[in-house]
Design a protein around this ligand. Structure first.
Ligand code: FES
Length: 167
């Protein structure tokens, strides 16, 4: 794509996004607790809440940016950065914690650091700590791209992430 075509494409995308933010803001304007619903709608649509979108919302709703960021950072659900291609949720609920969830989390972080150091794509994986995912009998457990894996050791995590990247 030529650079000017690429720029026009990007500007169209930004304008479309701005229009969509206004639509979402209007849709929820009169509702109680509308800010959270608007942020949910944006998160569902984009996978995160970009700073520019938060800024647009602030103008549309007349709500200070600080208040918007207060809500975004208070709730675990909202992200400020785009999600990675793969998502890894490490269960830190009591059963998993007692059976070594911390070791799994450390291994995930170690693998991702190694990946970045060796030129892997930054942001390829999104990692989250979550509370009980409802399969304590399989502790310690993690969910990779929506699939639950249990009774894991750090070595198995390494293998799992490697397989996921190859898919
Ligand atoms: S504590 Fe991890 S699945 Fe329940």
């Amino acid at each position: 794509m030529r650079p000017d075509t690429e720029l026009n494409h990007l500007l169209d995308w930004v304008e479309g996004l701005r229009k969509r933010v206004r639509e979402i803001a209007r849709e929820w304007e009169s509702e109680e607790g509308n800010l959270i619903m608007i942020l949910h709608a944006i998160e569902d649509e984009l996978g995160y809440v970009p700073r520019g979108v938060a800024n647009e919302l602030s103008h549309e709703l007349g709500v200070p940016m600080a208040r918007i960021y207060e809500v975004i950072t208070f709730y675990h659900y909202f992200r400020l950065v785009p999600p990675g291609k793969h998502t890894v949720k490490v269960c830190m609920g009591t059963a998993c914690y007692l059976k070594g969830a911390n070791d799994l989390l450390e291994e995930v972080e170690r693998q991702l650091k190694q990946l970045e150091a060796t030129g892997g794509h930054q942001g390829e994986f999104s990692v989250e700590n979550v509370r009980c995912i409802g399969c304590c009998g399989m502790a310690p457990a993690i969910v990779v791209d929506g699939e639950t894996h249990g009774r894991l050791c750090p070595k198995a995590v390494e293998e799992l992430l490697k397989q996921q990247r190859e898919k």
